[in-house]
Design a binder for this molecule. Sequence first.
Ligand code: ZN
Length: 181
Amino acid sequence: MTPPEQTALPDARAEFLPEIEVRRSERRHRTVSARLKDGKLVLYLPASMSQAEEARWVETMTKRFKARSLRRTLNSDGELQRRTAELNRLYFNGRLRWSSLQYVTNQNMRYGSCSPREGTIRISSALAEMPRWVRDYVLVHELAHLVEANHSPAFWTLVNRYPLTERARGYLIAKGLEEEG
Ligand SMILES: [Zn+2]
């Protein structure tokens, strides 16, 4: 029996994971999987795995599930979409279109990214905890990439219509987040 690797968290707003239960299986040799069961995160490990490896997996899976929980919480209320639509109206005459826009938890150093061709925008979950005007700058920055893929002078002309651009850039540099994206 191989349990599915991912199951829906019962409560998307749960910030912390429930307790973790480790189950060892003689039949497992390499595979590791985890699922939520009765409010617990059950981790299935091979019987032969060392305690150190077990500890590493518990940490990895905990992080993974926490990140997923955070991502779902942040993306669940539509607030990011609403604010971005507003910024589109304010700074781009409402003419920009994108196919997806969401918070992600796997961009530790980059504050955001945009693939103009696919029309996808990703915003670091770290931005959710920063001042609104900083996140607004990042949203304007990524929106501008839908028009200008590179950091060209034309790109900065677009971005600089947002009046707090310089302050926000300074703020992000101080936080150690990278510009590129
Ligand atoms: Zn950029």
